[in-house]
Design a protein. Sequence first.
Lengths: 184, 185
Amino acid sequence: MPHITLPEGFPGIRSLAAYRPDTGAALYALAEALLRGTESSFSQAEAELIAAFISAQNECTFCTCSHAAAARYLFNQDKSIVDAVIENYETAPISEKMKALLGIAKCVQQDARTVTDELVANARLLGATDRQIHDTVLIAATFCMFNRYVDGLATVTPLGLEAYEPMGERMATLGYIPPKPMGQ
Amino acid sequence: MPHIPLPEHLPGITGLLEYRLDTAMPIRDLTQILLRGESSLTEGERELIATIVSSRNCTNFCEAAHTKAADLLLGESETARLVKLDFESAPVSDKMKALLNIAALTQKSGKAVSGEAIERAKKAGASDLEIHDTVLIAALFCLYNKYVDGLATVAPADPAFYQTLGERIVARGYMRPPGGYSKPA
């Protein structure tokens, strides 16, 4: 049960955005720009993969399941990549560059001061751009916020995986649209 | 030295927010709403939440900036100092101690926010919205702290820098100045 009285019928972050629409609008705008924006240095699939990976590191079930579902939809026939990364990114069938970037993301999740010059230089050597290094850190930091918000208020987390598949498809195709505020 | 090229005259978070404007805008909006918008918590109390989280994440730039903002808003520098040292014995209300406890737990992990911590805050008179805002401010500062540290931005050593920054935060809030930041001559 959530720690505060939230509008019923919405899971996870959606219940919080319905509870406080003004902060909800800013949070959804951030997710949209970061994961789907034209300025992103990653494909939508890659950005969702980093979001799902960080959420899994933070053990935030709602965010992990929903962003993993979005990433699976976007990776299409390569969707097994997503679960392989969540299981162990170092052995997953992804590029060495992506592994280096996920290594940086993991440091950000644990203690951001541990992102060393060496880790960044290695990612660059493997082809990562400044912008991708920036976006990796910002996606990781942003999901450390979302995960804490969603779990810190103990929002409702659907348990069946089937709940997340349509959610992921909606996130991947329509994007991040805040729910209608309470009473409307 | 920062991990990516950032403007030298804009240390800490400011250079990052100028580096990518499309993501900076909603981050700034969120901060302005939470720290300066209508609330039953004072601006000083909300800056204390930002301060304790930045302090526990050991993010020097954010800690110094928000400590200064809290000091200016509260009109003294003892409260912020003692909140960082041990909020349970700091000169703040029981409700504020309970909210700072929730913020400190949120800094560790969302899952660390226990039913007992929430119950304590409600018994001390905290509303649902105050609890909500406390968790979201704490979570937002985890974003800021990790963004600032993860890209190794510069934290100036000169205390005068944070005096100026604190004054700017108090006077102008968190939105981007119209036209951005001018380069030094």
